[in-house]
Write a protein that binds this ligand. Structure first.
Ligand code: SF4
Ligand code: FES
Length: 285
């Protein structure tokens, strides 16, 4: 352990020197990437993002990285850290990595914008193709003449809730061996979102998504490596969603189909609609 007196450590707390090897590449300027090495006096509790911010502020202002919320919500700081796709803002340097050397690279399977900033366009392109929104057969009528809310039971919500925790960080596509070999394969995140909407009892859009799912580069290319679920920082479990999606497509091919989304009836008189619980007490009054 050592002590420093720099601006990032105003209380002069104990630090540990860790070597950071940072991927450097500017496609507009460089022919090939290189690694720059920095010694960072890491304070207990620092994340990899804290260390990168230290490098930017104290050692080399020319490095580029992407981050926003610093609390595992926005998904913008995903990068490859010691060989695994992770959120930099959620990866503890000392207690988690337990290494004197930290190698930071951009996420695999994406073009590089600069240094450790990947271009997530392939993810958003495939995500958009999956029509990640509710599609209703009665949309026009409902817009002109809305009759009420679309209710769901807690069980119906549970069917897709876990898959809606995705923050679009892109780590799952970086981990996926199929994405690495077939750019037309949508990848774990888009397929998970396709399932999330297809299984939603308020949605009628399965047939509109089917072409993007059920083709030689679609859902069947997944061979269940499971690396996406291991990489996902939010516990979404895309590998599981993809297997459920395969089951759903197969079932519908044999004429089986989940119940079509129905327009919920309004509760009559004072009785609440059956199976729809009361909301929790308000916490803000
Ligand atoms: S499924 Fe998980 S790893 Fe993939 S983009 Fe969403 S949050 Fe990130
Ligand atoms: S900065 Fe938002 S998830 Fe890391």
């Amino acid at each position: 352990m050592s002590k420093t007196n720099d601006n990032s450590n105003p209380q002069n707390v104990e630090t540990k020197d860790i070597m950071f090897k940072l991927y450097r590449f500017d496609p507009d300027v460089n022919d090939k990437p290189r690694f720059d090495t920095f010694i960072v006096p890491v304070i207990k509790g620092w994340t990899v993002l804290d260390a990168i911010m230290y490098i930017k502020e104290e050692l080399d202002s020319s490095i580029s990285y992407r981050a926003s919320c610093r609390m595992g919500i926005c998904g913008s700081c995903a990068m490859e850290i010691n060989g695994k796709p992770r959120l930099a803002c959620q990866t503890q340097v000392i207690s988690e990595l337990q290494s004197k050397e930290v190698v930071v690279k951009p996420l695999a399977n994406y073009p590089v914008i600069k240094d450790v900033v990947p271009d997530l366009e392939p993810l958003f392109h495939h995500h958009e193709n999956m029509k990640p929104f509710l599609i209703r057969d009665d949309e026009e009528k409902a817009i002109e003449n809305p009759e009420g809310e679309l209710y769901q039971t807690p069980d119906e919500l549970e069917e897709y809730l876990q898959f809606s925790y995705c923050i679009k960080c892109g780590a799952c596509l970086a981990a996926c061996p199929v994405v690495g070999t077939d750019p037309e394969f949508p990848g774990p995140q888009p397929l998970t979102q396709a399932y999330r909407y297809c299984i939603d009892t308020r949605d009628d859009g399965f047939s509109l998504r089917q072409l993007a799912l059920d083709n030689p580069h679609g859902v069947w290319r997944c061979h269940f490596a499971g690396a996406c679920s291991e990489a996902c920082p939010k516990g979404v479990d895309p590998a599981f969603a993809i297997q459920l999606l395969k089951r759903e497509i197969t079932a519908r091919k044999f004429g089986k189909k989940t119940e079509p989304a129905g327009k919920a009836k309004q509760p009559e008189n004072v009785e609440r609609w059956k199976d729809v619980p009361y909301p929790p007490e308000k916490t803000v009054k």
